[in-house]
Write a protein that binds this ligand. Structure first.
Ligand code: GLU
Length: 493
């Protein structure tokens, strides 16, 4: 096989949602599976829809996911767009530029070649003429599009013009989609479409074909919404005399509401997921499984990046749409969090603690970290698990203390006795605290559960924390006793 080269070819028209990144993941995994190259090409031919910052967003997000781009825009290319943030990576490669707005001479040359070969022509029809023509076609219920009026007019090159493709209407076009098998059109669902606009910018059709050829793309992976453009692309390849790449049109990713994820409906944005405490490797794993599975007989769901690379082929991609299920993602993220080495969990939690203003001594956090790790699904939950370690007045959920045989006087009994027993412990360690407090529960005639709820609220303020005795041990005797005393003051007489 010649080198496998895939590309991610987004338009910088806003942030890329997670469904868009899935296209990138698939392209990357396929290239890496075969030891090939993964390219980033910026399809910025629609200048009016350009949203500043969107290329930076793309590159930074791909890097968060740990996806290395083998070829892509250089710093200078990004610079021409005002996208030169300080640590922009210098990508580059042998097929540049990788931003379509910087490749205009190539498209012009390609369009000229097609005119020369008789596959394209110049057209100087005015917008008014086109509009009139379109209305007439609609009235006649014909396929709307350009009628071909200028096909034979030989519009001179020095007049303002567009270049149009001579689309043969009576042609059968077919190809083998790597996911869908044979796809065939018995007539072409386009009329003479524009290839080059009057301002020298190409349309998507011309640019994508010229660039995929020029950049030696072996496999073009893209969303199913582009399938209707494929017959035009195939005809263009034929007209140029070039070999088309293998096409794989990917199924749609729907949101939990059953609607397609899109830039517009503000669906799952990877940067939001990061801020919400998801791990990049969990998101990569989860998103890759939307519409892909490793093959018959395998129900494996958790894959390292290396395993994904090793197992990923186009055969595993589903034809039908997949769903981005946030509940499942949270479950998977929890699993990934539990798999982290403790020290790494601590490091990764730090920015979240900092952001939430949870300032606690490192050794105290480290002592509880293995327990916290077991209990959170996202890193944003860590702060609330350990903020009772901060030296500041506690806000206690006092009401949650009562019920299950515990009223104010019972709570008083539990706390008073606990105070006494804990105070006389020779060593304030988990094991000893455990024994002492179990004995208290028995003595006051309660099951440990309700008794410990009262103690937990007294000492941490809340109902959900790392395990009680460990938490007490980390807080230390003085703080535990003074918090119990404080609570006794708060209890109604
Ligand atoms: N520029 C297109 C997009 O924004 C990509 C189409 C393709 O990959 O051919 O999704």
């Amino acid at each position: 096989m010649t080198e496998v080269r895939t590309r991610f070819a987004p338009s910088p028209t806003g942030f890329q949602h997670i469904g868009g990144f899935r296209t990138a993941f698939f392209a990357y995994l396929l290239a890496k599976h075969y030891g090939g190259k993964f390219l980033l090409r910026v399809e910025d031919t629609d200048r009016e829809r350009f949203v500043p910052g969107s290329i930076r967003f793309l590159i930074e997000e791909l890097s968060w996911f740990g996806i290395q781009i083998d070829e892509g825009p250089t710093k200078e290319e990004l610079h021409t767009y005002g996208e030169d943030w300080d640590d922009a990576p210098g990508l580059g490669g042998p097929c540049g530029p990788y931003m379509q707005s910087l490749r205009l001479p190539k498209y012009k040359e390609a369009a000229e070649l097609l005119i020369e070969k008789g596959f394209a022509y110049r057209c100087d029809c005015t917008p008014e003429m086109l509009e009139r023509e379109r209305n007439e076609q609609m009235a006649r219920k014909e396929l709307p599009g350009y009628s071909g009026y200028c096909r034979t007019r030989n519009v001179p090159a020095d007049k303002p013009h567009v270049v149009r493709f001579k689309v043969p209407q009576k042609r059968t076009v077919s190809f083998n989609d790597a996911i869908r098998g044979k796809v065939q059109w018995d007539s072409i669902p386009h009329r003479d479409t524009v290839l080059l606009k009057s301002d020298g910018f190409p349309t998507y059709h011309l640019a994508v074909v010229v660039d995929d050829h020029d950049m030696k793309i072996s496999h073009a992976l893209r969303g199913i919404e582009w399938l209707s453009s494929t017959p035009i692309h195939l005809l263009l390849y034929e007209a140029f005399g070039w070999e088309p790449p293998v096409f794989a049109h990917l199924p749609v990713v729907n949101g939990p509401d059953g609607k397609k994820l899109s830039k517009r409906n503000n669906a799952a944005k990877s940067s939001d997921l990061r801020e919400q405490g998801y791990l990049a490797e969990a998101v990569l794993n989860f998103v890759t499984l939307i519409g892909w599975a490793p093959g018959e007989g395998s129900d494996q769901e958790i894959f390292t990046r290396e395993e994904l690379i090793q197992k990923f082929t186009l055969d595993g991609i589903n034809e039908s749409s997949g769903v981005f299920d946030p509940v499942k993602l949270a479950w998977m993220n929890g699993l990934y969090i539990r798999k982290l080495p403790v020290q790494e969990f601590i490091e990764r939690s730090k920015p979240f603690l900092e952001k939430e203003g949870v300032v606690i001594p490192e050794h105290e956090f480290a002592a509880l970290a293995p327990h916290v790790q077991e209990r959170v699904k996202v890193l944003t939950e860590v702060g609330a698990m350990v903020d009772f370690l901060m030296d500041r007045p506690l806000q206690r959920q006092m009401d949650a203390m009562f019920g299950k045989g515990v009223d104010a006087s019972k709570a008083r009994e539990i706390l008073t006795l606990s105070l006494e027993r804990l105070n006389t412990l020779p060593e304030f360690k988990t094991e000893a605290i455990d024994q002492a407090l179990r004995a208290v529960a028995t003595e006051v005639g309660l099951k440990p559960g309700p008794a410990f709820v009262a103690l937990r609220i007294a000492v941490t303020g809340k109902t959900i924390t790392p395990p009680l005795f460990e938490s007490f041990a980390v807080l230390g005797k003085d703080r535990v006793l003074s918090r119990i005393r404080e609570t006794l003051e708060l209890l109604p007489q």
